[in-house]
Design a protein around this ligand. Structure first.
Ligand code: ADP
Length: 464
């Protein structure tokens, strides 16, 4: 069974408080009481000595005793649980508490026994009698027997003191437990309230409301991290959702255009408006080719945009790859009368050869597509510490400042109407960027409208 945070925290606090209270009680009982017993025994000895010294002074020089004072000392001692009996040097009783009041003596002893039993239920004490010599100027003048309930006893004041101590300990215990409960509730409130908010928000996000965010900050670091994580989750889901919607919209748009053209042309043929000429068949073929290309691009996109894109790495000379691709493009470049400059420089990198080739093809094909007849394309490879930097510079149509931030996005084309005729679906750069990032590299662009564009790729020579 899972319990709430409040219950768990309160229980832990109470448990800690309980342990403290029990420990304090045990220690207090063990040490304080030991000290108190010592004190009681010492006090008993002190009183005895006081009585002996007081009685010693009650003998007159003629050997007679001041019985009145001795009796008052004896009665006073009786009140304190001491039963005294004074004898002179010949052993004759001068004053005896039992003789004075036997009933009271028995009552005093049973009272002390009761006192001890209330404190220690298994207490086994007995009546003890100590004999003290009465000496005046080193001359023995008699003895005094002091009887009490031993080995030691607590009088009413002692018992009251111990009981008060106990009450204080119990009160401290109860107050600590209440505090523990209160602090437990307050702490769990402080922790559980933001967590409940996080749960609410996470549930809303799970239900599809990706706009939910947690605005309040908590003063607990871990909860703050949790809130930030949930906010980031919400944000990335929101972005994914937008992207998904845009992708569906873009794909349907991309598919609709050639299909509509095909459909309307077919209808014109069926209605007899048009005749089926080789030119029309060629145009149909071009439209189906466009559709095919688009679907091929979409397939590529889904492979390259996969976060866990698998890289089949080997060591190769990047300049060799570029030179080979330039050879493949030579005819297309010549057709447009565009000059390519490239100074091959031997730089080895550890990367996926096919995918890096795809990047070079994409950038070279863009440079070709977006250059006017008679332009120039310059490719350069440079080595910088642990990286290789590749530049693709063209004197083409350029990209406007408004378009630059979006050109790496899926299906983005700077000039839609013009670019459609070039056949691009706006995903070449998306794929390029995915490949470069999978290699832990970077791609950036600088461009000026009607002047030209330069793409810069930084690739680590060895990336793991
Ligand atoms: P496309 O298939 O349309 O070429 P890309 O993703 O390769 O798609 O490029 C996205 C857009 O960026 C292009 O439509 C074009 O407007 C712009 N672009 C890319 N490369 C260049 C370049 N070298 N010169 C000018 N514009 C470019």
């Amino acid at each position: 069974m899972s319990r709430g945070l409040r219950g768990k925290l309160s229980a832990s606090y109470i448990f800690v408080a309980l342990i403290c209270v029990i420990l304090i009680s045990i220690l207090a009982n063990k040490f304080l009481e030991k000290q108190f017993v010592n004190y009681v025994i010492q006090e008993h000895e002190r009183k005895n000595k006081e009585i002996v010294s007081a009685i010693t002074q009650q003998q007159y020089s003629d050997g007679k005793w001041n019985l009145d004072v001795i009796e008052s000392i004896g009665v006073d001692a009786l009140e304190n649980g001491l039963i005294i009996s004074v004898k002179d040097i010949s052993g004759k009783i001068v004053w005896d508490a039992n003789v004075y009041n036997n009933g009271k003596c028995e009552a005093v002893i049973s009272h002390m026994s009761r006192n001890m039993m209330t404190r220690y239920p298994n207490w086994s004490g007995k009546y003890i009698k100590n004999e003290y010599a009465l000496e005046n100027n080193s001359k023995k003048i008699g003895v005094v027997d002091i009887g009490y309930y031993g080995p030691y006893y607590y009088n009413d004041n002692d018992l009251a003191y111990l009981n008060t101590l106990n009450k204080i300990l119990i009160s401290v215990g109860i107050i600590s437990l209440c505090f523990a409960l209160l602090i437990g509730i307050l702490m769990s409130e402080r922790i559980s309230r933001p967590i409940l908010k996080v749960i609410d928000t996470a549930e809303m996000i799970a239900k599809g409301d990706y706009s939910q965010r947690l605005n309040k900050k908590s003063d607990i670091k871990e909860i703050n991290t949790l809130m930030t994580t949930i906010n980031n989750l919400g944000q990335s889901l929101e972005e994914q959702e937008k992207l998904r919607k845009r992708l569906t919209r873009d794909i349907s748009h991309e598919l609709r255009t050639p299909l509509t053209t095909l459909q309307s042309h077919m209808e014109a043929l069926i209605d007899g408006v048009w005749e089926l000429t080789p030119e029309r068949i060629k145009s149909f073929h071009e439209e189906t080719m466009r559709l095919n290309r688009l679907i091929g691009d979409l397939e590529k996109l889904s492979t390259y945009e996969n976060k866990n894109i698998v890289l089949n790495k080997s060591i190769f000379n990047i300049s060799e790859i570029i030179s080979n691709i330039i050879l493949n493009f030579e005819k297309d470049y010549m057709d447009k009368n565009i000059a390519i400059t490239f100074n091959p420089k031997e730089v080895f990198i550890f990367a996926d050869k096919d995918k890096i080739s795809q990047v070079v093809i994409n950038l070279m094909s863009n440079a070709l597509k977006y250059s006017l007849n008679g332009g120039r394309v310059k490719i350069e490879v440079k080595e910088e510490n642990a990286s290789v930097v590749i530049y693709f510079n063209d004197t083409g149509i350029g990209i406007s400042d408004e378009d630059i931030p979006y050109i790496f996005e899926r299906f983005y084309r700077a000039d839609k109407s013009r670019n459609r005729s070039t056949g691009g679906a706006g995903i070449g750069l998306t794929i390029t960027k995915s490949i470069i990032e999978a290699h832990k590299g970077k791609i950036s662009v600088q461009s000026k409208l009607n002047e030209g564009t330069e793409f810069m790729i930084i690739l680590p020579k060895i990336n793991n």
